[in-house]
Ligand binder design. Structure first.
Ligand SMILES: [Ca+2]
Ligand SMILES: [Ca+2]
Length: 158
């Protein structure tokens, strides 16, 4: 996963696994998604109003194993997932509970490589992973980093 921030237009772009087929960005009141990139900034061919509450954390990951990244909003321990590529209502198709402690940092990655995104909480230097997305951590206790660090989840070794 590669993240890039452009302070001139106040949004964040995330490329997953280095593939230009998936692009997500978040502005004050909308998540934008596109399936094509052209030019240095890319072009947006689809918009989806989803999230936008103060404190929302936008993430992306494939939650239905169709090979298309879905939009995720993490809000105080609740994960709202809008399945892409269509966005007709902007409402959540899936909802999970995991985390929610002040200071939790949410991440999404396919931890167990089953093709479905897993929920990750980085809490004070410890990583908790819910591979069943059932509110419980099936993998936990990975101490790496320290409170205040900015964690990232990615596949660094194939
Ligand atoms: Ca998907
Ligand atoms: Ca998984």
């Amino acid at each position: 996963m590669f993240e890039w921030a452009d302070p001139t237009i106040s949004h964040r772009v995330t490329l997953v696994d280095g593939q230009p087929s998936s692009l997500g960005s978040q502005r004050a009141h909308a998540c934008l998604a596109t399936s094509t990139i052209s030019g240095a900034m890319g072009s947006v061919n689809q918009t989806c109003g989803f999230g936008g509450v103060a404190g929302d954390v936008p993430l992306i990951g494939d939650f239905n194993h169709d090979g298309i990244d879905d939009l995720v909003i993490y809000r105080n321990g609740t994960w709202y997932v809008h399945l892409m590529p269509t966005c007709t209502s902007g409402s959540a198709d899936l909802t999970f509970g995991f985390g929610g402690v002040a200071g939790d940092v949410p991440l999404v990655a396919d931890w167990d490589r089953d093709g479905i995104a897993d929920l990750i909480i980085f809490r004070g230097g410890v990583w908790y992973v819910s591979t069943r997305r059932d509110g419980y951590a099936q993998a936990y206790g990975y101490s790496f980093g320290a409170p205040g660090d900015a964690p990232l989840a990615a596949r660094f070794n194939q």
